[in-house]
Design a protein around this ligand. Structure first.
Ligand code: NAD
Length: 483
């Protein structure tokens, strides 16, 4: 079992700093339900200090630094993250419960994010615009200034990397509010950034509760841009708080992503990807493939194979590195239980269930993966995000029905299509409402080169890829008339 008894402070101005009010919050290890750390409980006073530090850094040390130099700092930081991969992975596995190999992969993704944006820092070019004779018109990309980043617990290192990495590369100074169960790895990452040459104040982390430190960040008039990843309810609050002081807000919210398998698909190749799409991180990802649509001739044969695969899945503590770890906290575990008791009350058939291994401590927040068949489209299991290892399956009869079912929720994060028919592949890609469409594989949010966006209630941000740099910069037009 991974354990520490850390009592870290905030990270402000490249210093570890206690909360001004002296408050602390207990972090519970989801693998065994015991305390693993006490983080600083940030208040508006801490946020105020962090924003002041970021403003000075932006004006004096980071915003005006040559892009090449910014890139070099990010590059060194990326190397430091790789060198500390094991330490970072253990911290994140301990506080979130994710299997250690997934936490290691997340550290590598963070390093790759920093490396990618290091290279992109000096490529954020703009245009000259032909206008009237004698005029020269050009557009400039400028950093917002001080950016606020609210990061959830499901992928602290990953989401930090793509959000803060892009913001810093674009020349902003950042204030980060991590989730209560996602602070330890990020505090260590920030310290590595300082060692790699990030100037004091370019990156500040204030830990604490969403309703205290998080809300103070969103309401602070000194923030020039807010980026939020999390639930739609909190996202709405953040957007309203930002609007009150005319601060642009980008939202990365939830999904109910469909995987659509046509009868001509290579089911052999699809099977492990379909399972992974819902089991990865115990289903606690906004791109989880939580709805499966199977064309009727393939329905029973594929369900049989999926049932066998689900029955073999094992949940256990992070250090055992099984198919999935526990849910992040008691609240999330209860949320999954509520959905499953609704399924039972509605007589939805459970086709298969994995196991929780004997070594899993009784006080951990475990949930075995569950496969549900013939889920009615009106049921909330079909329409709402569970954020747990629960897959809802339905049959369809033709392409139009598949599209109607796939698009029939309020969300649009990722969609997967499995078919050998080339023209159908393209048609489906055009017809599906999603930020990313994968054909014959599932790579949700994977590959830093692939921009990741959303539609409808899933949010409006474009993250990952070069496009993320646009979120973290603003356009200025300069028109020069020669006298
Ligand atoms: P949440 O949206 O409340 O928390 C996400 C982040 O927002 C955390 O850092 C939290 O401290 C912060 N926060 C909370 N209240 C805030 C406020 N008033 N102002 C500013 N920041 C605030 O999510 P949750 O309660 O941890 O999880 C609930 C559900 O949210 C999950 O079941 C899942 O559906 C969804 N979720 C989605 C993602 C994602 O990656 N899109 C991540 C986590 C949770």
């Amino acid at each position: 079992m991974f354990t520490t008894h850390e009592r870290p402070g905030h990270f402000i101005d490249n210093q570890t700093t206690p909360a001004q009010g002296g408050g602390r919050l207990t972090v519970t290890n989801p693998s065994n339900g015991t305390e693993c750390a006490q983080i600083a409980r940030g208040t508006s006073a801490d946020i105020d200090r962090a924003i002041g530090s970021a403003r000075t850094a932006f004006q004096e040390r980071w915003g005006g630094l040559a892009t090449l130099e910014r890139g070099r700092v990010l590059q060194r930081w990326s190397q430091a993250v790789l060198a500390h991969q094991e330490e970072l992975a253990r911290l994140e596995a301990m506080e979130t419960g994710k299997p250690i190999s997934l936490a290691r992969a997340d550290a590598v993704t963070l390093a790759r994010d920093l490396e990618c944006y290091a290279g992109a820092a000096d490529t954020l070019h703009e245009r000259t615009i032909p206008y009237q004779a004698g005029d020269t018109v050009l557009t400039l990309r400028e950093p917002h200034g001080v950016t606020g980043h609210i990061i959830p617990w499901n992928g602290p290192m990953q989401i930090f990397g793509r959000s803060v990495g892009a913001a810093l590369a674009a020349g902003n100074a950042c204030v980060v509010k991590p989730a209560e169960n996602g602070s330890l790895s990020l505090l260590r990452v920030a310290a590595l950034g300082a060692e790699a040459g990030l100037p004091a104040g370019a990156l500040n982390i204030v830990t604490g509760l969403g309703a205290e430190a998080g809300q103070a960040l969103t309401e602070h008039p000194g923030i020039d841009h807010l980026s939020f990843t999390g639930s739609p309810e909190t996202g709405r609050r953040v957007a309203i708080a930002g609007a009150a002081h005319h601060c642009p807000v980008t939202l990365r919210l939830v999904g109910k992503s469909p995987q659509i398998v046509f009868a001509d698909a290579d089911a052999e190749a699809a099977l492990p990807a379909l399972v992974n799409a819902i089991v990865l991180n115990a289903g606690q990802t906004c791109s989880a493939g939580s709805r499966l649509l199977i064309e009727r001739p393939l329905y029973e044969p594929l369900m049989e194979r999926l049932s066998n695969a689900f029955s073999a899945l094992r949940a256990g503590p992070a250090h055992l590195d099984l198919d999935l770890g526990p849910m992040v906290n008691r609240k999330q575990q209860q949320r999954v239980w509520d959905f499953l008791s609704d399924a039972q009350a509605s007589s939805i058939e459970m086709a298969a269930q994995g196991e929780i291994v004997d070594e899993a401590p009784a006080d951990g927040f475990y949930q075995a993966p569950v496969l549900l068949r013939d889920v009615p489209t009106s049921h909330r299991l079909w329409r709402q995000e569970v954020f747990g290892p629960v897959m809802a399956v339905r049959a369809f009869d033709d392409e139009d029905e598949a599209v109607a079912l796939a698009n029939g929720t309020d969300f649009g994060r990722v969609a997967g299509v499995w078919t050998r028919d080339g023209s159908r592949q393209l048609r489906m890609a055009h017809r599906l409402q999603a930020g990313q469409v994968f054909i014959n594989h599932d790579g949700a949010a994977g590959g830093l080169e692939l921009p990741f966006g959303s539609v409808q209630h899933s949010g409006d941000a474009r993250e990952i890829g070069f496009e993320a740099l646009y979120d973290f910069s603003r356009l200025k037009t300069v028109a020069i008339r020669q006298g």
